[in-house]
Each structure stands twice: as structure tokens, then as C-alpha cells.
Design a protein around this ligand. Structure first.
Ligand code: ATP
Ligand code: ATP
Ligand code: MG
Ligand code: MG
Ligand code: MG
Ligand code: MG
Length: 284
């Protein structure tokens, strides 16, 4: 086909191929999902109140289980629809997707990786919303940002995931203690913030235990560890009616086949155990 004289503008597009043999991580994060945790007296937060997605949609504090499950549902859809995602990790309003280092999807173009993940995730969020929030109408279309980061070694990739899970733990311990002080301890958000300023993890554990009889280790794993999605082979057995050549009637037989299925886990991924139990996640 003859090219138009305008065709040259294609040359303005830049190459954004992800370096070969690196793990490609795409992280999405909800835009303006925060709700105030620093109290009502913060004027900047106050002015932005019209932008607070979590608050406007009545997310329970510190963890809205419906919102977390919705995030997991969206991530599952992303994994099903896009190629070569071997693991996804989610917490709060963020999700990380790991594309296998050998993936040649869209010739490894970073913009393709990022935009397909973000748009698939965001449209899923709206599409599945009513399954998780049947009584809460979604007030406006939410947005997500996205970034691509390459990790050249398996250890770098594992450390990236460790970093996100450690972030989940640190935030959740803080938020659980903060909201216990507010909801059960009768403190204002500002008083709770002051009470927690500079405290170490052990002190927060101690506040939870001695003031509120909460053993942090008994809090749900979903909150403490986030969510991991991986592929697992499952043997599916189904019954089928078939007619054998030498027999007059149809007969019911069992047929089994291997199928790849996404499983959702809430477990520690920082230690070696997770990787030892699932050696195939990162294998070629
Ligand atoms: P940005 O646009 O920069 O990402 P943000 O307001 O989304 O800003 P984040 O740092 O991403 O800020 O924090 C997300 C916030 O959303 C959390 O701090 C929390 O207040 C709220 N949030 C997200 N998920 C949940 C949930 N499942 N339950 C309760 N609150 C949640
Ligand atoms: P890719 O995923 O690579 O973008 P694609 O199938 O979306 O693949 P495009 O080059 O984007 O391919 O072409 C979009 C196609 O969608 C058009 O060729 C046309 O067939 C169809 N299409 C898009 N919008 C309309 C429309 N309004 N009415 C009818 N057909 C449409
Ligand atoms: Mg942020
Ligand atoms: Mg956010
Ligand atoms: Mg976030
Ligand atoms: Mg198209």
C-alpha cells in the first residue's frame, strides 16, 4: 500500500523496548484513594475532600475487605486477559504484576505492558464494582497510575516483592493501632497521631495488646500480608457421556485434564518458604 506523505510522523515515536532477560514489573496504584488518617485538622486534606475515593465510598477503616477483594478480582482479570504474567501482588490500592523475563509480548514494549495493565485493571474495577459494593453506587470513574520497572536478577525481583509486602505490614500495623485508638480508645485522630509518633513496631503491638486485647498476629492474613496471585495446575475431573463402538447405550465416563487456574494466597513471601513451595513461578 502506498504511504501517505504524512507517514513520516511515525518517526517521532520513540523505542521503549524493555531490556531482554529482565523481569518486567508493572505496578498500578489508585489515584487519590486515601482517606484521612491524619485527622480532620489537616487543611490540605480537608480541601481535597472531594477527591477522596475511599472515604466517599464508605470504605471501612483501616481495612475495607470489599475493596481488597475487588482489587483481587481486577488483578485476576488482568492475569487472565494479558500474556505471561507469572505473579501478582496486591495491598491497599496497589497491585504489582510480574511479566516473565522471557516474555516477548508486544515485542516487550514498555508502553504496551503498562497501558494494557492499567486500562484492563481500571475498567475491571468499574465492571466488577457492584459485585463487591452492591449497596454503594460508584460516584465517578476512578483512575489508576502505572509504572514499569525492570529487575535484572531474581533476587532483585524478590526484594521488590519483599519491599511491597513489608510496606503492607508497616502500614497495616500503624493503621490498625491508629484506628483502635480512635474507635475504641476514644482518642481524636490528632491525639492518636501524636500518641503513635516515633513508636516502634513493638510498642504498637504492645498498645494493641494491653489497651485493646488485640494480638496483632491474629489479625487477618489478607490485611497483614496482602494478596498473591499465582498460576496453579489443577486436575479437573468431569463426567462425560460417550457412546463406545461396541455398545448400544451411552456410558458415563470420567475424564480428567490439567488446567491452569489462578489461586489467591495470603502468606509470607519474604522468607524462602514461599519460593521453595512454588518453584515453578519463576522457572522458564
Ligand atoms: P496517590 O494518588 O498518590 O496514589 P492516594 O490517596 O491513592 O494517592 P496512597 O498512598 O495510594 O494514596 O494510599 C491509598 C490509601 O487508600 C490508603 O492509605 C487508604 O487510606 C486508602 N485505601 C486503599 N484501599 C483501602 C481499603 N481496602 N480499605 C480502606 N482504605 C483503603
Ligand atoms: P490492536 O489490539 O493491535 O489495537 P485491533 O483489532 O484493535 O488490534 P486496530 O488497528 O486498533 O486493531 O483497529 C481497530 C478496528 O476496530 C478497526 O479496524 C475496525 O475494524 C474496528 N472498529 C473500531 N471502531 C469501530 C467503529 N466505530 N465501528 C466499526 N468498527 C470499528
Ligand atoms: Mg501514592
Ligand atoms: Mg493511591
Ligand atoms: Mg497506594
Ligand atoms: Mg486497537
Amino acid at each position: 500500500m502506498a504511504k501517505s506523505k504524512f507517514e513520516y510522523v511515525r518517526n517521532f515515536e520513540v523505542q521503549d523496548t524493555c531490556l531482554g532477560n529482565c523481569w518486567v514489573v508493572v505496578r498500578v496504584d489508585g489515584r487519590n484513594f486515601h482517606r484521612f488518617q491524619m485527622g480532620v485538622t489537616d487543611p490540605i486534606q480537608e480541601n481535597k475532600s472531594s477527591l477522596r475515593f475511599a472515604e466517599q465510598h464508605n470504605f471501612t477503616k483501616p481495612n475495607d475487605v470489599r475493596a481488597l477483594q475487588l482489587m483481587n478480582r481486577c488483578a485476576q482479570n488482568v492475569m487472565e486477559e494479558l500474556d505471561a504474567i507469572c505473579l501478582a501482588f496486591g495491598q491497599s490500592d496497589e497491585y504489582s504484576f510480574v511479566f516473565h523475563k522471557k516474555s516477548n509480548w508486544y515485542k516487550r514494549r514498555a508502553s504496551k505492558f503498562m497501558t494494557h495493565v492499567v486500562s484492563q485493571f481500571a475498567s475491571s474495577y468499574v465492571f466488577y464494582w457492584k459485585e463487591y459494593f452492591p449497596d454503594v453506587p460508584i460516584l465517578y470513574p476512578p483512575g489508576f497510575d502505572g509504572r514499569v520497572v525492570l529487575y535484572p536478577s531474581e533476587q532483585n525481583l524478590k526484594d521488590y516483592l519483599n519491599w511491597r509486602q513489608a510496606d503492607c505490614h508497616i502500614n497495616n500495623l500503624y493503621n490498625t493501632t491508629f484506628w483502635s485508638l480512635v474507635h475504641k480508645g476514644g482518642l481524636t485522630p490528632v491525639q492518636a497521631q501524636i500518641r503513635l509518633k516515633g513508636t516502634l513496631a513493638a510498642e504498637k503491638n504492645e498498645i494493641l495488646f494491653s489497651d485493646f486485647n488485640i494480638n496483632y498476629n491474629n489479625e487477618p492474613l489478607l490485611y497483614r500480608k496482602g494478596s498473591v496471585l499465582i498460576w496453579q495446575k489443577v486436575n479437573e475431573v468431569s463426567k462425560k457421556r460417550i457412546k463406545l463402538p461396541n455398545e448400544a447405550d451411552e456410558k458415563e465416563v470420567e475424564v480428567s485434564r490439567w488446567r491452569n487456574e489462578i489461586v489467591e494466597l495470603h502468606c509470607d513471601i519474604i522468607g524462602d518458604q514461599f519460593w521453595e513451595e512454588h518453584p515453578s513461578i519463576l522457572s522458564d
